[in-house]
Ligand binder design. Sequence first.
Ligand SMILES: NC(=O)c1ccc[n+]([C@@H]2O[C@H](COP(=O)([O-])OP(=O)(O)OC[C@H]3O[C@@H](n4cnc5c(N)ncnc54)[C@H](O)[C@@H]3O)[C@@H](O)[C@H]2O)c1
Length: 255
Amino acid sequence: MKSNFNPFTLEGKNFLITGAASGIGRATSIILSKLGAKLILADINQEGLVSTIKCCDSEAISLQIDLSDAASIKDKIFKAVSEFGKLHGIVHVAGKSYIAPLKSVTEEKCREVYSLNTYAAIELAKTFINRNVYAGERGSIVFISSVYGVVGSAANVAYAMSKSALHGITKSLAIELAGKNIRVNCVAPGFVKTNMMDSASSMFDSNYAETLNKLHPLGVGEPEDIAFSIAYLLSDAAKWVTGAILNVDGGFTAQ
Ligand SMILES: NC(=O)c1ccc[n+]([C@@H]2O[C@H](COP(=O)([O-])OP(=O)(O)OC[C@H]3O[C@@H](n4cnc5c(N)ncnc54)[C@H](O)[C@@H]3O)[C@@H](O)[C@H]2O)c1
């Protein structure tokens, strides 16, 4: 007799995914929907959200939001949740890179990167723990950092600052929220084939495809590679995992 045993299922769970209009956020939305989750898909790009929703297998709604505007996050999520239903987790995928040598780094640019990549994560977590938002059982928050939150690279201080800060936030929140039965984890991807990877290729010489492959013993990643790790961290299969920084990088940081 076939068993229904599946600790990785996301049936009966609702999640909010940021950055859902493209790349890793879109792949995550599609994989979570195939695992049975219902989704609020958040991004600044409404057209991209509509395209993602068309690829989803379960109920999904769009939430157009500028996550750099911290003051608007709580009210917009409260409104979406009151119409959609309470959440079992939040995934903060939206982010931007900023490649610049030290001499041209400005405070304004650092703040811009920080507000989306880092402070939005704090504001999202703060919103999630509210009793009007959190469904109250086995909550899970997942942040997306980068190998450049783990190791250094030239011309990358602002992005590295924004992503390494997520590692400290993950560990502190894991302790603070354990009593509410909310787990907090972070996935640190290597280079993944998305629009962002194309724009980051300016970090390398004209042979960048070869350089990137050398950095990753398993080759560069597909958005799905990150989506699967997020799905695991959201599922009850990860019920004893919190405060973890999961390197999903084709071996980049193993070298
Ligand atoms: N692609 C890679 O190689 C790579 C590697 C490591 C980490 N990451 C991280 O993965 C995450 C997703 O990146 P991706 O590669 O899918 O890039 P992407 O550019 O395809 O997706 C980023 C998404 O964020 C959204 N966004 C940008 N600014 C926003 C704002 N102010 N408010 C709301 N949404 C906004 C964009 O509209 C887009 O849909 C980022 O946090 C990135 O730092 C990517």
